[in-house]
Design a protein around this ligand. Structure first.
Ligand SMILES: [Zn+2]
Length: 372
């Protein structure tokens, strides 16, 4: 098995969902279209957004016009900034699925100061922790069901409160895998991109003997019901850029970390919650790339960085060991020992990608394939 990286960015072909054409990944191909002068017409997309807002304003509503799912990161603050000061009643919903950090709590609270009501939803912890623990041990992904819930639950809340629009963040399928998809979230999108590893509630319910009714909030509404809440991606209407979103978020008081976040060179991502770092480290063990690769590739696509410099960064940051700052809280959260934790981490190390018998991880990914 030969694993090579994209000729343009640094994403390896071991990344799930990504397709390569002549050595270039589908995310890079999408970004070419996104940034080209004859590509996506962002002016007309903005007009489409304004029209949508005007239609919603005229609707007789019970309470809120729009619901925005938020993590408290730079992106969610950007989403909220697009719908406030438009004479709309905005409900921001945060799914508290993991272990929040202090800086994360601070940034999340900014959303209420921006002029949106902020609702924090925390799932009952007996089942939720059981799901985190089992998905970690059996599939090497502690975030699998949390990921399902944070896509599904805000939309359920919108449906129950009769809110006519849900303003989602980026279409991750398009932005990071370059997969063709729509402006709305659908059952198909959810199955492919939100349900990591294809774990739906049928499988989970049977395997772990949890009553399926208790897993309802991890399921996306049917396509018919989705139409009533019109869940649209912000990245369809606005040119999505991490750097630009950071600048917008800073205007509202968004705090960054004083140093780079573990596993990457950026100091403004993954600040809000701790379990995601475990998820990202497992991604490195399974597929050979981590957050540094994601972020360097994004910078290269946006022409903020050369490929050569990006490669230097990922060698420095991607493979930084997991620190106790994350491990200690995680094992306490799901009640396992350190030994059990490291047993699972080793179980998911992919030796098609990593050299065996060495303490240090040596990647077998071929990066040095020059662009034609
Ligand atoms: Zn690429």
């Amino acid at each position: 098995m030969i694993i090579t990286a994209c000729k343009n960015c640094l994403i390896p072909n071991s990344k799930p969902h990504i397709i390569f054409k002549n050595g270039v990944c589908s995310a890079c191909l999408f970004h070419e279209k996104k940034n080209a002068s004859k590509g996506i017409n962002w002016k007309s997309r903005k007009e489409e957004f304004d029209k949508l807002i005007n239609v919603i304003k005229k609707k007789k509503i019970d309470n809120y016009h729009v619901l925005v799912p938020v993590s408290g990161g730079k992106d969610s603050i950007t989403q909220v900034s697009k719908v406030i000061n438009k004479d709309l009643k905005v409900l921001a919903v945060n799914i508290d699925y993991g272990i929040k950090t202090e800086i994360g709590k601070y940034n999340l609270n900014l959303i209420a100061d921006m002029g949106a009501d902020l609702m924090i939803y925390k799932p009952e912890q007996v089942i939720h922790k059981k799901l985190i623990k089992n998905c970690f041990s059996d599939y090497g992904d502690p975030d699998s069901m949390s990921h399902a819930m944070l896509h599904a639950m805000p939309i359920r809340i919108a449906y129950n409160l009769k809110i006519p629009m849900v303003f989602l963040g980026e279409n991750s399928a398009e932005e990071y895998s370059g997969t063709k998809s729509n402006k709305n979230i659908s059952q198909k999108w959810f199955k492919n991109y939100a349900l990591n590893l294809g774990l739906d509630t049928n499988i989970i319910s049977k395997k772990y003997k949890i009553d399926k009714k208790k897993l309802q909030n991890y399921e996306l509404l049917s396509n018919d019901k989705l139409k009533k809440v019109n869940p649209v991606f912000c990245s369809y209407f606005f040119h999505w850029s991490s750097k630009r979103n950071l600048e917008i978020a800073k205007k509202y008081g968004f705090k960054t970390s004083s140093k780079c976040n573990e596993g990457t060179f950026r100091n403004y991502v993954g600040l809000d919650e701790k379990i995601n770092r475990i998820h990202q480290y497992l991604k490195l063990l399974k597929f050979g790339y981590g957050r540094g690769s994601d972020h360097a590739s994004e910078e290269i696509r946006n022409k903020n960085m050369t490929r050569q410099y990006g490669l230097k960064l990922i060698k420095k940051y991607d493979r930084v060991n997991l620190s106790n700052f994350y491990i200690n809280d995680f094992i306490k959260h799901i009640n396992i020992t350190r030994k059990q934790f490291f047993f699972v981490m080793n179980k998911f190390k992919n030796y098609k990608i990593w050299n065996k018998n060495k303490k240090k991880l040596i990647s077998k990914i071929i990066y040095e394939n020059k662009k034609k």
